[in-house]
Write a protein that binds this ligand. Structure first.
Ligand code: NAP
Length: 277
């Protein structure tokens, strides 16, 4: 499995497993659990979840799947902005730990910026790290100016990642945020890497996929993770999708492929505000 280094040197898989929309209904739960289990067996040992997903349902599902194999996994979860005061973040993390059935979260993120001052959230994260309940902390949906503010706070320099919307059809981050993260030695975690399935019908993607005897989803993922410091976390509730996504790691895109993808999905020509879903 290709890996990406976090600041501080720990290495995590470049391809992980998303869980948004999982754990919401009993129907589909068996497939969801099977897809996550298969994904783990195939080496996608980074699992992204959040207290928001299914209002705890996704964390509970992840808890069931990881029971007995926690050691080899890297679990990411997120705190709601309205819970992200110092005591609120600590309490939310403890609830997440209970649902996940584990004593530590590997990476804990502020889901997006809300009303709570960033300094309070970071104090909560530092306390959680001191007590061993989280190993790393980071943020999500923060644009460059917010990153500057966050990283200037005490402890901000140890931030592990910014998880943002990034895929072929959402390249705005390439203008400023990605170079900023690279300069600060921070990987980006690309969420909705296949634009929740909407990317898959795009003509440019289909043409490149045909050349590689691959699927559009595999090309979209290969395009992201070919870049240094990019982690992609596709969500697959179906085992066949998890298997298909894993094969993205075996694809090497040529200069011709990249040029064709640039034509179909032009890179940004000016600054634009960070998009989020
Ligand atoms: P996504 O991963 O881009 O797309 C998921 C959709 O694509 C699902 O409908 C899935 O179907 C389908 N799919 C997956 N693999 C496929 C394949 N090989 N062929 C065809 N269809 C395929 O969207 P996402 O769930 O929004 O994003 C991924 C993860 O990022 C989330 O689950 C979540 O963990 C995280 N996220 C974070 C934020 C944030 O604010 N921080 C926001 C959004 C997402 P099936 O499920 O039926 O297999």
């Amino acid at each position: 499995m290709r890996q990406v280094a976090l600041p501080g040197g720990e290495r995590v898989p470049a391809l992980g497993l998303g869980t948004w929309g999982m754990g919401e209904a009993r129907r589909g739960a068996a497939d969801e659990a099977a897809a996550l289990t298969l994904g783990i067996e195939l080496g996608m040992t980074l699992i992204d979840t959040a207290e928001m997903y299914g209002e705890g349902g996704a964390e509970e599902l992840v808890g069931k799947v990881i029971a007995g194999r926690r050691q080899s996994l890297f679990i990411v979860s997120k705190v709601y902005p309205h819970n992200a005061t110092r005591p609120g973040a600590i309490a939310a993390c403890e609830r997440s730990l209970k649902r996940l059935g584990t004593d530590r979260i590997d990476l804990y993120l502020l889901h997006w910026r809300g009303e709570v001052p960033l300094a309070e959230t970071l104090e909560g994260f530092l306390e959680l790290r001191r007590s061993g309940k989280i190993r790393h902390y980071g943020v999500s949906n923060l644009d460059t100016a917010d990153m500057e503010e966050w990283c200037a706070l005490a402890g901000g320099e140890a931030t592990a990642t910014d998880q943002v919307l990034y895929n072929l059809s959402r390249r705005g981050v390439e203008w400023e945020l990605l170079p900023w993260l690279r300069r600060h030695g921070m990987p980006v975690m690309a969420y909705s890497p296949i634009e929740q399935g909407r990317l898959l019908r795009h003509r440019a993607l289909a043409a490149v996929a045909r050349r590689h005897d691959a699927t559009p989803a595999q090309i979209a993922l290969a395009w992201l993770i070919r870049q240094e410091g990019v982690i992609a976390i596709p969500k697959a509730a179906l085992p066949q999708h998890a298997r298909e996504n894993r094969r993205a790691l075996d694809i090497t895109l040529s200069a011709e492929d990249l040029a064709e993808l640039d034509q179909g999905f032009p890179p940004p020509r000016r600054a634009e505000p960070l998009a989020m879903l």
